[in-house]
Design a protein around this ligand. Structure first.
Ligand code: 5GP
Length: 190
């Protein structure tokens, strides 16, 4: 059995809340943090790089990982594409003492709460519903239909925020980054 030296954290939050930007900031500021690159069956958006933003895999490759116990968790997100956390790289990073960030949807967060209850779970919330909607529509990377689907998922996620150990409101990137770094440092002091 692998000895896991590092800690893991789940970061969850609705679409367009700004998780990506905040996580980029915390990763730049704390070299011992390690971001788990998820596998997904969705197509890359312009600018997304395979192996950096996601491992873009076929449905067959995804099935294969699941069948061989290669996923720590996985879920169908926004009722359409599958996303999952490849188990091996996470275990290797933790064995090396890295503190691992798992960016998951609500379903994935719930699975990890069952399988790894010691993992601290953090929810990133928007300042308001109106702000979230404006950010999603302003981003303009999704079709109208996809935007509606993402907003429906976001409502469910926001309603579940009390399940989390911490809720951080993303009012400004600087504030949210500072709060997240504070949580990481509190939890990783031995
Ligand atoms: P997007 O398509 O915008 O990149 O991501 C959609 C959602 O999938 C995000 O809310 C993100 O948190 C979730 N997600 C990304 N990777 C994983 C994963 O490995 N597992 C689960 N359960 N959800 C994920």
């Amino acid at each position: 059995m692998t000895i896991l030296e590092g800690h893991a954290f789940v970061v969850c939050g609705p679409t367009a809340v700004g998780k990506g930007t905040i996580l980029q900031e915390v990763l730049a500021q704390d070299p011992n943090l390690w971001y788990s690159v998820s596998a997904t069956t969705r197509a890359p958006r312009p600018g997304e790089i395979d192996g950096v933003h996601y491992l873009f895999v076929s449905a067959e490759e995804f099935d294969d990982l699941v069948a061989h116990d290669g996923m720590l968790e996985w879920a169908v997100v926004h009722k359409i594409h599958r996303y999952g956390t490849p188990r091996k790289p996470v275990e290797e990073a933790m064995a090396q003492g890295k503190n691992v960030i798992l960016e998951l949807d609500l379903d994935g967060a719930r699975q990890v709460r069952q399988s790894m209850p010691q993992v601290r779970q953090i929810f990133i919330a928007p300042p308001s519903w109106e702000e979230l909607e404006a950010r999603l529509r302003g981003r303009g990377t999704e079709s109208e239909e996809e935007q509606e689907r993402r907003l429906a998922t976001a409502r469910t996620e926001l309603a579940a925020q009390d399940e989390f150990d911490d809720v951080i409101v993303n009012d400004t990137v600087a504030n949210a980054t500072a709060k997240l770094l504070q949580i990481f440092s509190q939890s990783t002091v031995n």
